[in-house]
Structures are given as C-alpha cells and as structure tokens.
Design a protein around this ligand. Structure first.
Ligand code: MG
Length: 238
C-alpha cells in the first residue's frame, strides 16, 4: 500500500531506469552466503551468526574479516587471514550449488520492461560468468553494458560509488532512477547516491534495519513489492 507521501515522492520522479541489486533481490542466495560465512569463521573459532552475515551484506570479504577480527579476537587481520578465510567461505559457498531465482522478481522485471523502463544490475559480485547466468535466469531482461560489478568500482557498498557509476553509465540523473535493494548497507549506498530506494526484506532482518538506513519504502516480501510495481511505475514515469 502506497501512502500519500510516497505517492507524491514517486510522482516527482522522471523514471527511466530501475537499478537492481543482485544477491537477495534477483537470486535467493543469502542463505548460502550466510551458511558459508558461519562455517568459515567457525574454522577460526569465531562465533558468527546468520544475522551477522545479513547485516554485513555488501561489504567486501576482507572488510568483513578485518571487522570481525578486531571485534572478537582483538587483533588486526593480516592479508593472509583475509585470504584464507575468504577462500574457505568461497569453496563452501560453491559446494552448496546454484542459488535459485528469487520468487516473484520475474513479475517485477516484466512489468518494468513492459513499461519501457531500463533495467540495470548493481552488484558487488565479481563472478566472470555473471551475465550468462542472468541471461539464463531472466532471458533478454538485461544488457551487458547496463551492469556495475566488482570490476567497475574501487569502493563497494555502502559507499555510493556503485550506484553513482550506474547513473553515469546510463547518463541518468538521480531522479530518473529507482533502486531495489535488500541489504542495509546497499540501502545506505543508494540513499547516499540520492536515488529513490525501495528495500525488499527477503531475508531474516527486521524491517527497521532497512528503514533506519533511509529506504523510501520497505516491503516485507518480493510478493508484496510485485503487487505494487505497476502503480509505482505509473506514478514515477512521466
Ligand atoms: Mg543484496
């Protein structure tokens, strides 16, 4: 349900593109990332919960290890620590197999495309085969030139750089885009880039974690967002 203030804010946009985060938005991959991080830290004798993983989604692997070492082991992580733990995490993640598509996001994508609004991907992921995977899951929905990945930016989320880079690639102003995110640090990045931000809580966090980062709307599920997307587009597109 869109309230009056949200409708007014959407009406002030000149929507040209929707910028989609990937993990936890297009793919239901966060449960696997959580399992893998918890496992990797357990090998070091460090207690780390699923909740801890979801709160840090978007940070680089090294930043995650550095922060946790300081907080729990009271020492700085070396580069070797970061590489060792991240390797264990990545191997375990791979062993879990491919994460599935997020239910109901195909309805969102189809509605955006049918209205002639561009789709961008903005992710901290750096998989070389990313585009092939996307094309398989969501045929003809994305364009290679309309992606920002780990290879495009120096600073990842929560820095605004990834979303600013997407605007730059598209020759877009902040009011010509909407971001779809699931993670607190992703919301922070998008809000800092000055873009209208929709958070979809597809994981285990409380909605407040997304609200307090400044999301314009927080949906409790992808299904709830998919129900509103036609109205959102019709208000935001001139
Ligand atoms: Mg995400």
């Amino acid at each position: 349900m869109l309230n009056h203030n949200i409708k007014a804010a959407l009406s002030s946009l000149d929507l040209r593109a929707v910028l989609f985060d990937m993990d936890g938005v297009l793919y239901d991959s966060m449960p696997f990332h959580a399992k893998a991080w918890v496992y990797a830290f357990a090998q070091e004798g460090v207690t780390f919960s699923d909740y801890d993983v979801y709160m840090r989604e978007g940070m680089t692997g090294s930043s995650t290890v550095e922060e946790v070492f300081l907080a729990q082991l009271n020492r700085r992580a070396t580069e070797e620590d970061c590489q060792r733990i991240y390797r264990v995490k990545s191997d375990y993640f791979e062993s879990l197999g491919e994460a599935g598509e997020m239910p109901h996001v195909d309805e969102v994508l189809s509605c955006v495309k049918a209205n002639g609004v561009d789709r961008y991907i903005v992710t901290g992921s750096g998989q070389r085969t990313l585009f092939d995977k996307l094309e398989h899951s969501y045929p003809e929905m994305f364009d290679k030139r309309q992606m920002v990945t780990a290879y495009d930016v120096k600073k990842g989320k929560p820095d605004p750089e990834p979303y600013l880079m997407a605007l730059k690639k598209g020759g877009l102003q902040p009011n010509q885009a909407i971001v779809v995110e699931n993670a607190p640090l992703g919301v922070r990045s998008a809000v800092a880039a000055g873009i209208f931000t929709i958070a979809v809580n597809t994981g285990i966090l409380r909605n407040e974690e997304l609200e307090k980062e400044g999301a314009n709307i927080v949906y409790p599920s992808m299904k709830a967002f998919a129900e509103d997307i036609p109205e959102i587009i019709s208000l935001a597109k001139k």
